[in-house]
Design a protein around this ligand. Sequence first.
Ligand SMILES: *[C@@H]1O[C@H](CO)[C@@H](O)[C@H](O)[C@H]1NC(C)=O
Ligand SMILES: *[C@@H]1O[C@H](CO)[C@@H](O)[C@H](O)[C@H]1NC(C)=O
Ligand SMILES: *[C@@H]1O[C@H](CO)[C@@H](O)[C@H](O)[C@H]1NC(C)=O
Ligand SMILES: *[C@@H]1O[C@H](CO)[C@@H](O)[C@H](O)[C@H]1NC(C)=O
Ligand SMILES: *[C@@H]1O[C@H](CO)[C@@H](O)[C@H](O)[C@H]1NC(C)=O
Ligand SMILES: *[C@@H]1O[C@H](CO)[C@@H](O)[C@H](O)[C@H]1NC(C)=O
Ligand SMILES: *[C@@H]1O[C@H](CO)[C@@H](O)[C@H](O)[C@H]1NC(C)=O
Length: 395
Amino acid sequence: MWHHLPFFITILFLLQIQVAAEANQTDNSNDVLLTSQLGPYPVTINEYEIKTNRTDPLAPTPQLRNLMITVHRPASKNFTCPTQNQARIPYAPPEVLKALDDLLLSTGNSSLDTGGAAVAALGRLQILNCTSSDISASSKNPILLFGPGLKATHHVYTGITMASASFGYTVVALDHTYESAAVVFPDGSVNYTSPIGLKLSEDEDQPKGFETIQNIRTADVASVLDAIEKGEIPGIPKGKKQIAMYGHSLGGSTATNAALKDKRIKAAVNLDGTFYGAPNRTTIHKPLLMVGGADEWKPIFSKSRGWKTWVKVDNTEHYGYTDLPQIADLMNVRDKAIPLSLTGTINSQRLQVIVSSYTNHFFDLFLRGEKSKFLQGPRANFPDVPFIGHSQPKD
Ligand SMILES: *[C@@H]1O[C@H](CO)[C@@H](O)[C@H](O)[C@H]1NC(C)=O
Ligand SMILES: *[C@@H]1O[C@H](CO)[C@@H](O)[C@H](O)[C@H]1NC(C)=O
Ligand SMILES: *[C@@H]1O[C@H](CO)[C@@H](O)[C@H](O)[C@H]1NC(C)=O
Ligand SMILES: *[C@@H]1O[C@H](CO)[C@@H](O)[C@H](O)[C@H]1NC(C)=O
Ligand SMILES: *[C@@H]1O[C@H](CO)[C@@H](O)[C@H](O)[C@H]1NC(C)=O
Ligand SMILES: *[C@@H]1O[C@H](CO)[C@@H](O)[C@H](O)[C@H]1NC(C)=O
Ligand SMILES: *[C@@H]1O[C@H](CO)[C@@H](O)[C@H](O)[C@H]1NC(C)=O
């Protein structure tokens, strides 16, 4: 069950926050800012539409597939964002928050019907957009693609993706139209999880449904890479790039599948995701960092022949690799409205440092050519990161 529940759980958590807020009528604090600038650079956030020429397999009516990407990138080379450019923006568009609420109500559990109050609770959460950035200044950055968990959207990983950008990476976060809870397009129209998308993503006992979803996601990644290569994304000039991919849950499996399939992806990170599709059947020859996971990862790890490292993180849970732990701490609802079974007991700032340190070292190694042995064995500063294994390429 650790790989396929992000959407439902996210909804539960929204509601539970509201339950806590109601329990504390004196708590009238307004906006809460998500911490995400772990590195030296403030971050600029832009959203772009990618129109593909692929027939959309999930759309309710025949159409070509359109994707939205969110690009997080370092704001210029400045280390601080001028005060006048610090824009606090909503954590996610109201439509996305509402989609979570609506899907919940469709479960028929009337005790979970908050009449929209849950949306209001998460509506308090904000992130910082450094608006003054000259986006061309970051045009030479290596690029990271990020994939969300099943039915989730990239928004619930903002702490992770913005942290990477604050260390000098251009992070392109994907959603998967008609599978993700809601995707908002520039014209204001919204595409929600479609009936076909819903059916396939609830088909986890029949691997065929998940394989189909996995293949659509991998093709989405190729479409995004095409757009990058052709110079269609503002601030990313066309031409050869240093690109890696990471992701959580099904997004981690997607990163691995995309790396297997696409020459343009140099390396992949799987954050606690069951592998679907090609990694089950093929040998991985590219650099692979595996964080978290379960026993079922063993055969995939042992047969991989590229550079590989596997670590776990103490006191975490599957949804720890989202913004949940930080949100729980910010809103003071850990182990209350947001149960430890979602966040684990690990301190949220510590977890952010762990995820950011391990992924950064990996990307620095394979995209920036930095020499470091950090990922080759246990680290004294990270006694809470059990080291499972490492080996160098076998070919
Ligand atoms: C309740 O409100 C008080 C006063 O604003 C605050 O200190 C406390 O953290 C709140 N508790 C919860 C559980 O939100
Ligand atoms: C879609 O675009 C790609 C790349 O631009 C091109 O190679 C392919 O032939 C196109 N396919 C269709 C069906 O138009
Ligand atoms: C309905 O929601 C409540 C509160 O979260 C939960 O305890 C209960 O198990 C749910 N019932 C069903 C049938 O999902
Ligand atoms: C962030 O600021 C830029 C201006 O630099 C703006 O174009 C962009 O739309 C803002 N991002 C969001 C998500 O509001
Ligand atoms: C960066 O800092 C310089 C010098 O303080 C300032 O002139 C410039 O406007 C800043 N650029 C951005 C994008 O904030
Ligand atoms: C999906 O979004 C597009 C805009 O990109 C819109 O034209 C279309 O009607 C939407 N589809 C649905 C089913 O909402
Ligand atoms: C792939 O492996 C996972 C375990 O890692 C398993 O749950 C899944 O069913 C497998 N899928 C196929 C198609 O073999």
